[in-house]
Design a protein around this ligand. Sequence first.
Ligand code: NAD
Length: 320
Amino acid sequence: MASPTIKLNSGYDMPQVGFGLWKVDNAVCADTVYNAIKAGYRLFDGACDYGNEKECGEGVARAIKDGLVKREDLFIVSKLWQTFHDEDKVEPITRRQLADWQIDYFDLFLVHFPAALEYVDPSVRYPPGWFYDGKSEVRWSKTTLQQTWGAMERLVDKGLARSIGVSNYQAQSVYDALIYARIKPATLQIEHHPYLQQPDLVSLAQTEGIVVTAYSSFGPTGFMELDMPRAKSVAPLMDSPVIKAVADKHGRTPAQVLLRWATQRGIAVIPKTSRPEVMAQNLDNTSFDLDSEDLAKIADMDLNIRFNKPTNYFSANKLY
Ligand code: NAD
């Protein structure tokens, strides 16, 4: 099973179904990436902040060495962490991330969050996380998103990234980027599931030719791993009677319905799992269609509840 691709405004084709790498333990990460390649995944969604790019690179290198894929078959995505938003910090950290992945260009490099933090030297702590002191102190940088985007554009000029995009931007930051960008963002990666549908933001991006990638397609499930009370406060989407009924109707699993709900509307997905049989199931979500009745029922499930809020990670109350 191979994923369909979506044409980006940069001219490159991006697999619509990819594999997410957040919270993949370092100890199993290389094997997980290798197994995902074996299962047919070609897009990998990584980030400096996930702390596992070296191991991801080991998995990729092994798959290439074993003849499973060539580099050009893969679509490798990574992200710029907030402490590297200053213009002179973008290229050096991208080069380090590329070295960790053992590759010489990213297919897509994203601004992870529209918020700049003060620089933390990688020799002090890597990945740096949210806190300047590694404990509790949040120090904002005065670098603007426009300045950071200019540095992202220079990554494309230098061949270090083929396409560039943004993540966790809301409408106003997208509009602003469209005004100052020499190279338009190719993708917008956002939290998107039936409990947080953000229809206006999705429509704005798609109207502007920016491909939307949904993260955390299973809603609270990915955040339960963090023991987040907010995630436990709602019913898991895979147990929802609505999603289960739609799944039964089509002879699919609830996970496949949740992914198809996005892919059918032109949105890319990047589910994560460490189990090979589940990898195959998630990849196979584009060979059936939901009908208008299914889509209407799922549209009614919107709670506008967001799990991935930066304040979750640095509020005094920790996760909520
Ligand atoms: P997810 O929505 O992919 O859910 C993962 C959880 O669902 C895991 O507990 C997994 O075991 C379970 N699961 C996966 N497939 C299943 C299936 N078929 N049946 C039953 N359970 C299944 O969670 P996520 O990791 O939050 O999001 C996916 C990816 O999105 C991340 O790995 C990361 O790459 C990306 N992401 C990006 C941002 C960002 O700020 N840009 C934030 C969060 C996630």
